[in-house]
Write a protein that binds this ligand. Structure first.
Ligand code: ATP
Length: 235
């Protein structure tokens, strides 16, 4: 579904991604793990077009997308849930979800997708007329994921969904991530610092250090890899 081929991305003179290559197959959950500042967010931004790569190509469903506008990339089927949620605090839950549909014209399907969201996150349904900014951190994460789902993505990019949330809420969010993948056949690209949890839900994983991919394997193999255990699992 997605092939990242020799991508290098810069912020001015700072090279954040160094010739990275990765692949994501349809229906997979893949995770990218790494320390603070390794380049995980930049990888997602490069794919979603928010920080276009300077070199290399990104092929989505057979088409090169590097250099396309973020809107075009959303339209083709890639949605990103940004780090820190970035919901619209003064808009209601329902209005936030509406923002996720800005490129869609298929009103009947939008209604169906909305009722899917209310089933997925019943708490959001209860809070549908409440301002986004008044929700708890966990509810805001649910809203951010839901807003991205309202664009009907084929590939969902999730940036640190566990950030700042209590362990119980994190487990709930990860259960939902598995459900979205299994029920909708939505392919998921998960960036996480919580490597332990991420590798438990993912099929495969990549490890990133200083802007380069240093390891890639099945999630169970990475979980039992001694170097990964030491560096990322605190074991
Ligand atoms: P974190 O877990 O802290 O979000 P990360 O692995 O997602 O880290 P990135 O945010 O992609 O890492 O950052 C990769 C590198 O690029 C870091 O050295 C960072 O300081 C740098 N960087 C990120 N954003 C910018 C920016 N807007 N301008 C300049 N440098 C940046």
């Amino acid at each position: 579904m997605l092939r990242v081929n020799g991508v290098s991305t810069y912020y001015g003179n700072i090279q954040a991604l160094k010739n990275i290559s990765m692949e994501v197959a349809e229906g997979e959950i893949i995770t990218l793990i790494g320390a603070n500042g390794a380049g995980k967010t930049t990888t997602l931004m490069s794919i979603s077009g928010l920080v276009p790569p300077r070199q290399g190509e990104i092929i989505f469903k057979g088409k090169p997308i590097q250099g396309m506008s973020p809107e075009k990339i959303v339209f083709l089927g890639i949605s990103q849930v940004p780090e820190g949620r970035r919901i619209f605090p003064y808009l209601t839950v329902a209005e936030n979800l509406d923002m996720g549909t800005f490129l869609r014209k298929d009103k009947d399907n939008i209604r169906k997708d909305l009722s899917y969201i209310w089933d997925l996150f019943p708490i959001l349904s209860k809070r549908r007329l409440q301002a986004g900014g008044t929700l708890s951190g966990g509810e805001q994460q649910m809203l951010a994921i839901s807003r991205a789902l309202m664009a009907r993505p084929k590939l969902l990019l999730l940036d640190e969904p566990s950030l700042g949330l209590a362990p119980l809420i994190v487990r709930q969010i990860f259960e939902i991530i598995k459900k979205i993948n299994a029920e909708n056949n939505t392919t998921i690209f998960l960036v996480e610092q919580n490597a332990n949890l991420a590798l438990k839900v993912a099929h495969r994983g990549y490890v990133m250090e200083n802007g380069a991919i240093t390891m890639s394997d099945s999630a169970p193999n990475l979980l039992s890899n001694e170097a990964v255990k030491k560096a990322y699992l605190g074991l």
